[in-house]
Design a protein around this ligand. Structure first.
Ligand SMILES: NC(=O)c1ccc[n+]([C@@H]2O[C@H](COP(=O)([O-])OP(=O)(O)OC[C@H]3O[C@@H](n4cnc5c(N)ncnc54)[C@H](O)[C@@H]3O)[C@@H](O)[C@H]2O)c1
Length: 398
């Protein structure tokens, strides 16, 4: 393959991962309509905090807010947001705008690859929107999990779908440079559907655990112990209870239910409600184990561990609920959003609630916990970050 030039459209949490890796193999542009983001990247600053200044500056990527220079590219990878509108319906307008914005710069043989999560049929609609037989269209769902140390980026299996066999082969060659395994399909709609299946299944599994957790609490069962035992069975799902926020798991089920025209009683929408209700159920639990005027510290504001992303964060929502609608004195700390402070700067709490399992919390030693808490304090270790043995000194709930 000659003269392969890539243009990544949208350099957020997902796009930046492609922008730092592809230039080793192909000339790569990374374009964003957010000029501030591009200016930061040109200075080597990644606002998503996944890459160091050195990694950004040495990547060789051409960060740009000038769409005209993208005319030199022949593969356009679309990684723009796909949120919900105010009625909780899919809002794919940014994908359509991004593709429409490229119209004047496309040349015969170019390929547009949609990586954003979309409703099945969207790639086909985009092809119709552009209305040219000499342009190829593909879909390759993103599976990156920013700052996740459970899987290395290159070990993520990359699904790539395209209805042209030749282009599919070219895309396999391109993606294989940065992903060890590429899973190919000529069925674009099945591939679009697969992404929604992945994230909706996860949402439903977490909802199931959240419901079991609340049931166990009501009946006085130690859920943590029950889960440990259940997990000793080989095929028990490796999922736990949790707060579900962010840009994917809490959003994509709405894309699937809109596509399937699901009724309110569908398992997809029920699971969404169960997971959303975790905020109020945690609030009630906190009120039960604390009293009026107690000083409470919530640990974690982001929607997931080891990441600075607060989009749709349920931990933040819980904080606002407790702070504004209860008579407790509530503070919240997150090492990713409150950079000027350390957890050990906080003192004298009656209750600490862990909400996000950041490494910084899990690495805290027993003595450090002791310094933050009052002698008779209580811990609600929802995110399970406390060290062994702390329960000998404080009442620890899970
Ligand atoms: N964040 C994740 O962990 C994750 C994981 C898997 C899939 N996804 C999916 O990937 C897509 C992108 O998510 P993200 O988290 O990177 O979003 P993001 O908001 O972090 O980044 C998107 C970027 O696109 C830019 N943008 C918006 N409209 C544009 C346009 N018309 N032209 C150029 N740039 C434009 C925005 O300014 C932003 O910088 C979404 O569909 C999401 O569901 C995200």
């Amino acid at each position: 393959m000659k003269n392969t030039t890539l243009a990544i459209i949208g350099v957020g949490y997902v796009g930046i991962n492609l922008a730092v890796r592809f230039p080793q193999f192909f000339k790569t542009f990374a374009f964003d309509i957010d000029n501030e983001k591009i200016d930061s990247l040109k200075k080597g600053i990644d606002l998503s905090e996944q890459f160091s200044t050195e990694e950004i500056s040495n990547s060789g990527c051409i960060f740009t807010s000038n769409i005209e220079i993208l005319a030199d590219a022949n593969y356009y990878l679309i990684t723009v947001p796909t949120p919900l509108d105010s009625y909780h319906k899919p809002d794919q307008s940014r994908v359509l705008e991004a593709v429409e914005g490229l119209r004047d710069y496309l040349s015969p043989g170019d390929t547009i690859v949609v990586e954003s999560t979309v409703m099945p049929g969207t790639t086909k609609s985009i092809r119709e929107l552009i209305g040219r037989d000499d342009i190829y269209f593909a879909f390759s769902p993103e599976r990156v999990s920013p700052n996740d140390n459970f899987i290395k980026f290159e070990d993520i299996v990359k699904v790539v779908s395209c209805d042209s066999k030749d282009k599919l082969r070219d895309l396999e060659f391109i993606y294989n440079k940065i992903f060890r395994r590429v899973e190919l399909s000529q069925d674009i709609e099945a591939s679009e559907f697969s992404k929604l299946l992945e994230n909706t299944s996860r949402d439903i599994s977490i909802a199931m655990m959240n419901e079991f957790y609340q049931g166990a609490l009501k009946k006085g069962i130690d859920f943590k112990e029950a889960l440990r035992l259940a997990r000793s069975k080989w095929n028990f799902p490796n999922v736990d209870k949790g707060l579900v926020g962010g840009h994917c798991i809490s959003i994509d089920p709405h894309y699937l239910s809109a596509f399937l025209e699901s009724k309110e009683d569908s398992i997809i929408l029920k699971a969404r409600r169960v997971n959303d209700l975790m905020v109020s159920s945690l609030k009630e639990r906190i009120l039960e184990i604390s009293k009026s005027g107690d000083k409470i510290l919530l640990l974690g504001k982001t929607y997931k561990r080891n990441c600075n992303d607060t989009r749709n964060s349920r931990a933040l929502l819980l904080y606002e609920e407790l702070k504004n609608h209860t008579d407790r004195i509530v503070e919240s700390f997150d090492p990713y959003t409150d950079k000027a402070k350390k957890l050990t700067d906080y003192r004298e709490y009656d209750l600490i609630v862990s909400l996000v399992a950041h490494d910084e919390f899990a690495q805290l030693r027993k003595e450090e916990w002791t310094e933050i808490l009052k002698p008779k304090a209580v811990i609600l270790d929802f995110a399970q970050v406390t060290p062994k043995g702390l329960e000998n000194q404080f009442k620890v709930y899970y």
